[in-house]
Design a protein around this ligand. Structure first.
Ligand code: C5P
Length: 235
């Protein structure tokens, strides 16, 4: 396992819900488990910063990863980060590494120290065939490693990457770099649209520092139990 100890939850549960009532219901379940909460684009585009504030107020002890994946010109991304962090206090926020070095530097300058800033490398829903259709010439791994190096050069705290690139990134970015890994599937669970998946236990042993897990927990009839089973599996 990685030697990062930032006192933040190892697992962030993706609260991919479009309304406050169902999001709060799910957060109440998750609050029994020690998992963090990940609020993403579906939640944010329905409920905005007010929705995030409402979750912060209702669950003040649970760290939030605000997964808004900013990708625009440097000035606009820096402004977006100032706007959101003047209202909400997420533990993690992220941008796309494809926005480039200058964008990531400006994003980091705009981000308060108490919020860790990560960069998304290549989405875990994309495989080799999908990225070659986008026009990328390198393999997924080569591309992701290059993006992780750029992210580190820009001074960010870490990257969001798939489990299949954990080792390659660790080799070049060292132990202190945060690797937040989605596309996690316990044994025998449905991959859905995720292409590059791994079990929670293997991902942590390979060097992930944090995992993002959505549907294997949220679509279970007993989300708190599903979360606990996953936590037990990585101990
Ligand atoms: O349900 P599932 O476990 O696939 O949810 C994964 C979550 O992680 C989703 O909210 C998705 O938006 C997010 N995510 C991802 N791949 C990335 C970055 C974020 O799947 N590269």
């Amino acid at each position: 396992m990685s030697n990062i100890n930032n006192n933040l939850p190892i697992i962030f549960c993706a609260i991919d819900k479009p309304d406050l009532e169902s999001a709060k219901k799910l957060c109440t379940e998750i609050s029994k488990t020690g998992l963090g909460l990940k609020l993403g684009l579906q939640f944010f585009n329905a409920l905005g910063p007010q929705g995030v504030l409402e979750i912060e107020k209702s669950f003040p002890n649970i760290p939030i990863f605000l997964d808004l994946k900013y990708h625009d010109i440097p000035n606009t991304v820096a402004g977006a980060i100032r706007s959101i962090t003047s209202q909400c206090k997420p533990a993690f926020l992220n941008v796309h590494a494809a926005g480039g070095l200058e964008m990531m530097k400006k994003a980091k300058e705009a981000c308060p120290a108490e919020t860790k800033l990560l960069a998304v490398t290549i989405l875990t829903s994309l495989d080799e065939q999908a990225i070659s259709k986008v026009g990328y010439k390198e393999t997924v791994k080569e591309r992701v490693v290059q993006m992780a190096k750029l992210t580190q050069e820009a001074g960010l705290d870490g990257v969001v990457c798939s489990s299949h690139e954990i080792e390659a990134i660790r080799d070049v970015c060292g132990d202190g770099f945060i690797l937040m890994v989605p596309g996690i599937r316990p044994e025998n669970s449905d991959a859905g649209d995720q292409k590059r998946v791994m079990t929670p236990h293997k991902a942590m042993n390979t060097g992930a520092t944090h995992l993002v897990i959505g549907r294997p927990v949220t679509q279970n009839d007993n989300p708190a139990q599903a979360a606990q089973d996953i936590l037990n599996s990585i101990k």
